[in-house]
Design a protein around this ligand. Structure first.
Ligand code: HEM
Length: 141
């Protein structure tokens, strides 16, 4: 990611942070609409899950300018997701639900540059997580 893209992600995330819970509700509604098969993997009460997702996204966004600082946590998160039943092919679905949600939340703030910056950020994060969780030939499972 370029420094300009990092700034775009930071600034646009700051605009949805005040409506974090609403954003998370919209994200999971969208995810379960486009990928109904993943709904059963999640708890019935999504209150905590919504909070954790937005808190983690905040940590990731804050770490984009210093990627090495968040890689250990991202790796651990990826490995925990194997136990949740997440598969590599779920990551693009989650990513498109996230980008769709941001587009709704940001409205006219969702410019092609902002969209590109988020696509790059999510691609970088999910690529790293997939590699950490599924990419190692010696992975213990
Ligand atoms: C970059 C992408 C993702 C991020 C940032 C993320 C973030 C999180 C966070 C913070 C939690 C709370 C529990 C924990 O910290 O371990 C969580 C739980 C969960 N995630 Fe993800 N996640 C991502 C991708 C996915 C994908 C692709 C799936 C596949 C469907 C998935 C399915 C789940 C499930 C099922 C749980 C709930 C586990 C439970 O409480 O039983 N996540 N996720």
């Amino acid at each position: 990611m370029t420094p300009a893209q990092v700034t775009l992600v930071e600034q646009s995330f700051a605009r949805v942070a005040p409506i974090a819970d609403q954003t998370a509700v919209m994200f999971y509604d969208r995810l379960f609409e486009v990928a109904p098969q993943v709904k059963a993997m999640f708890p019935a009460d999504m209150t905590e899950q919504r909070r954790k997702l937005m808190a983690t996204l905040a940590v990731v966004v804050n770490g984009l300018s210093n990627l090495e600082s968040i890689l250990p946590a991202a790796s651990a998160l990826a490995v925990r997701h194997v136990a949740y039943g997440a598969k590599a092919e779920h990551y693009p679905v989650v990513g498109s639900a996230l980008l769709w949600t941001l587009e709704q939340g940001l409205a006219e703030g969702w410019t092609p540059q902002v969209a590109d910056a988020w696509r790059t950020a999510y691609g970088t994060l999910s690529g790293f997580m997939i590699e950490q969780a599924y990419g190692r030939p010696q992975a213990v499972k």
